[in-house]
Design a protein around this ligand. Structure first.
Ligand code: ADP
Ligand code: MG
Length: 254
């Protein structure tokens, strides 16, 4: 049994170390240690390891919250049987976040409902868990953000700030066409990250039609050039997962 004095000393030291979880864990682990006959060193290791893993989990949760994902979609929840055109091995590799340390990009192309946003968020959540700063927005959202910074004369500062994120996710390129100014701002975002930090982009349009989105073939091809120079491009095909339950039942289902 632990004396009250020792207990309050431990609580005091845990606060002083800014490791308040130790105050919760030391009794529980102490009981476990007595039951299992752990050595003093094993007990200390268990207390410290509990602190470290809880700290990492709460850091990951903070980064996931800060990323502003539109929903909590994980790679584990993705049904590859329904989406055979998604390369499992490649997506598993992207889930390791190695591509971020290489400043590589990912482009997810395909019709609506084929899982582009789901996969982008799933890869983003993995990255946040691995300790990377991530920020998600739609293409329109990014442009609004850049326009705001530009109108305050702060575009370079904003781009520098964004470079501190290892991963930016740009969802839904192509749903809304950009005017010339928006296209230029977007181009600057892509250029400022080129070979430094990663982007994941999703689009319902093939690259050949990005000229229509950016209103200018030259800008579009200069941008695509930078994006795909170091990128994995996934072409998703098939029907919308959203309509899955509205399709006629096939004979295989019986
Ligand atoms: P897109 O961005 O390509 O339009 P989403 O990723 O938003 O499509 O997918 C639409 C909905 O269907 C989401 O709720 C998503 O979680 C779900 N979904 C799509 N594909 C799959 C899949 N293969 N496995 C599980 N859920 C999926
Ligand atoms: Mg989407």
């Amino acid at each position: 049994m632990t004396g009250t004095e020792t207990t309050s000393q431990i609580e005091y030291y845990a606060r002083a170390l800014r490791a308040p979880r130790i105050s919760d864990a030391f009794r529980r682990l102490g009981d476990q240690a007595r039951d299992a006959g752990w050595s003093h060193e094993e007990y200390l290791a268990a207390v410290l390891s509990n602190e470290v893993s809880e700290r990492e989990a709460s850091g990951a949760n903070l980064r996931i919250k800060a990323a502003r994902f539109p929903g909590h979609k994980t790679l584990e929840d993705f049904n590859f049987d329904h989406q055979p055109t998604a390369d499992r091995n490649l997506i598993a590799h992207l889930g390791t976040s190695v591509f971020l340390t290489e400043g590589k990009n990912v482009v997810l192309l395909g019709p609506p409902g084929t899982g582009k946003t789901h996969l982008a968020v799933g890869i983003g959540i993995k990255a946040a868990k691995a300790g990377h700063r991530v920020l998600f927005d739609t293409a329109t959202g990014w442009v609004t953000r850049l326009q705001e910074a530009h109108s305050r004369g702060k575009l370079p500062a904003e781009l520098t700030k964004l470079r501190r994120y290892s991963l930016l996710i740009v969802d839904e390129v192509g749903y809304i066409p950009f005017d010339q100014d928006a296209a230029n701002l977007f181009f600057q975002l892509v250029s400022s990250r080129y070979e430094h930090a990663s982007l994941i982009m999703t689009s319902n349009l093939p690259f050949a039609r990005w000229g229509d989105v950016f209103g200018d073939l030259t800008i579009a091809s200069a941008m695509i050039d930078r994006i795909v120079h170091h990128a994995d491009v996934l072409n998703l095909k098939g029907t919308s997962y959203r309509l899955k339950n509205h399709q006629p039942v096939t004979s295989e289902a019986h």
